[in-house]
Design a protein around this ligand. Structure first.
Ligand code: ASP
Length: 614
């Protein structure tokens, strides 16, 4: 095939730019052949670039050589077109295309490059096989949906940068080749050739560096930072991901909240969403009590504590444990269930709880028995009160009421967790909300800020009990500061389970978008925390000695946060997977199918790195 050179030709417009006002203008467009339709004397090429598509007309009578070349053109050929914009004749307009009222009548066509028949057409919307998409990522990324996702990602990142720079933040890069960072996942290691047997670790986050930048007096740091964590992958995780990472000197929690609300508002605005701030705040304890989870989905009504509707007598008649809480919730607008539907649901709920001791209380049946009718009424009143707070609508027969009771003998703590009952009931609430999502439609976008229920969760516990090892583990990275009064009161030593951290999460629609904390800035407190985590002074010195040293040279109070950029863009793009918003992602098995990584390396390379061949 004869291919043309570009010569000195330059394009005048992008393919998505042209409108009727340009009719009569001479233009040069360049791009890919999206589709070709051959009507003999007339050939239509849909020419595509990042901005959109323009229809090109090649008329054999008017421009014979160009028409001949167009006969050879195929989808994904790269071409340049010279021609004149004209309005389409009435009736031939395409209202579905922004350029649908015009077309370009070609005078010349350059075939700049040919293309093999692609394994799938970038002109199609839905491509079923994700592996094929990832292998031919360059073709997949040509699809308009993907082009839009990355344009959005770029706008979001830019809006965040602009906001933070406006707030006095400096963007500072931190190293990729470093030593183990304390986020608790497995490290990716890089062997050193020069220092046999020594390894760098890729950072799980810039945590220590950003704290050191505060010690260095930079006052406010941010970075759109790549982080690497070698974790067992789930569908919504990637081994390398991007965080909006920031740190500031002398903050209150409210300082951090205002900054994050500011940049999220700016970022969401780029996607046409107006957020209202300040966001709701809730302590961890309240989140567990009212939602049974530390990342409540506020698009659904909260749990309702029904314990005081059940007198000791009622508890004993209904075979309910005398002291443990009875919790309920509603899922609005599920619609009346048939008898069979209801029985199946009860079976499902019982299977969900298994042998834990928790059971479903059938309030519909209670209603039919005069002895229990007052109870049914009291329960309905409480559920209604919560629904009114939630949506303004009272509880009706269209809404599903779920009441969960502990049977006699139900343990007060399950796996040592005093909060296990609200957590299990909270998990059921989410499970049923998912099951009935088509009916209640509360997860569907309405196009208003109500689609985005943001929440700050504060006052997390400082420690988590590790049942397996019988130890208290840090619930966050170990630089998180406890509440000042938990330090002064001595609880740090005497009652670890009660120590609250100055840690906070930002949650959106039941997803944790990011977390951060006020940090420890005193060496004595840091050493105490390492000790309380079971780390000896020697171990702490070996792992974080440089950091403990730095703390001794005038460390200001500081704090920060990191939010997942990939997830934010995914939500704004309405995408269902992080892979839709990461240009070159890995599969769930951590493989890059396009470049085919990871790969074995030669024995010579291994020997250079003082590694033994397998
Ligand atoms: N380094 C933490 C993380 O990656 C965030 C922070 O505390 O700022 O989760």
């Amino acid at each position: 095939m004869h291919l043309d050179f570009l010569g000195s030709l330059t394009r005048t417009h992008m393919c998505g730019d042209l409108r009727p006002v340009q009719a009569g203008e001479d233009v040069v467009l360049m791009g890919w052949v999206n589709r070709r339709r051959d009507h003999g004397n007339l050939i239509f090429l849909d020419l595509r670039d990042r901005s959109g598509i323009t229809q090109i007309v090649l008329d054999r009578e008017l421009s014979g050589p160009a028409h001949t070349k167009a006969e050879a053109a195929r989808p994904e050929f790269v071409v340049a077109v010279q021609g004149k914009v004209r309005r389409r004749s009435p009736g031939l307009e395409n209202p579905n295309m922004p350029t649908g009222s015009i077309e370009v009548l070609a005078t010349d066509l350059l075939l700049l490059n040919d293309a093999r028949t692609p394994p799938f057409s970038p002109a199609e919307d839905a491509i079923v096989n994700e592996e094929v998409r990832l292998k031919y990522r360059y073709l997949d990324l040509r699809r308009s949906e993907m082009q839009q996702n990355f344009a959005l990602r770029s706008r979001v990142a830019m809006a965040i940068r602009n906001f933070l720079v406006g707030e006095g933040f400096l963007e500072i890069e931190t190293p990729f080749m470093t030593r183990s960072t304390p986020e608790g996942a497995r490290d990716y290691l890089v062997p050193s050739r020069v220092h046999a047997g020594h390894f760098y670790a890729l950072p799980q986050s810039p945590q220590i560096f950003k704290q050191i930048l505060m010690i260095s007096g930079f006052d406010r740091y941010f970075q759109i930072a790549r982080c690497f964590r070698d974790e067992d992958l789930r569908a919504d995780r990637q081994p390398e991901f991007t965080q909006i990472d920031l740190e500031t000197t002398f903050p209150q929690q409210s300082t951090i909240f205002r900054i994050v609300e500011g940049f999220l508002t700016a970022a969401f605005a780029t996607a046409g969403v107006t957020l209202s701030s300040p966001f709701v705040q809730m302590t961890y304890d309240e989140a567990i009590r009212r939602y049974g989870i530390d990342k409540p989905d506020m698009r659904l009504p909260a749990l309702v504590d029904l314990s005081d509707t059940l007198t000791p007598d009622l508890r004993s008649t209904l075979k309910i444990e005398p002291d443990l809480p009875v919790l309920g919730f509603t899922i609005p607008r599920v619609g009346a269930l048939s008898g069979t539907g209801r029985r199946a649901l009860v079976d499902e709920i019982r299977a969900f709880f298994g042998a834990t001791g928790l059971d479903f209380l059938d309030t519909t049946r209670l209603r039919t028995n005069p002895d229990f009718q007052p109870l049914a009424v009291a329960i309905a009143a409480k559920l209604t009160a919560e629904q009114i707070v939630f949506s303004g609508d009272p509880f009706t027969t269209e809404d599903l009421a779920v009441v969960i009771t502990p049977k006699p003998g139900t343990p007060e703590r399950w796996n040592h967790d005093p909060q296990w009952i609200p957590k299990r009931v909270g998990a059921l609430r989410l499970e049923l909300a998912k099951k009935f999502a088509d009916k209640h439609k509360l997860f569907e976008k309405t196009g208003t800020h109500n689609d985005y229920k943001f929440l700050w969760v504060t006052d997390f516990p400082m420690y988590e009990w590790n049942q397996e090892h019988g130890t208290w583990d840090a619930a966050h990275h170990p630089f998180t500061s406890p509440h000042e009064d938990d330090i002064t009161s001595g609880r740090l030593v005497s009652d670890k389970g009660a120590v609250r951290a100055l840690a906070y999460d930002i949650v959106l629609n039941g997803t944790e978008l990011g977390s951060g904390s006020i940090r420890i800035h005193r060496k004595d407190v840091q050493a105490e925390i390492f000790r309380s985590l079971g780390m000896t002074d020697e171990e702490a010195k070996a792992r974080f000695g440089f950091f403990l040293d730095a703390l001794e040279y005038g460390t200001p109070p500081h704090g920060g946060i990191a939010l997942g950029l990939d997830r934010i863009v995914m939500i704004l793009a309405g995408a269902h997977s992080l892979r839709e918003v990461i240009a070159f992602p890995k599969t769930a098995k951590a493989i890059d199918l396009m470049v085919d990584a990871p790969t074995p390396v030669s024995d010579a390379q291994l020997r250079d790195l003082s590694l033994k061949p397998l």
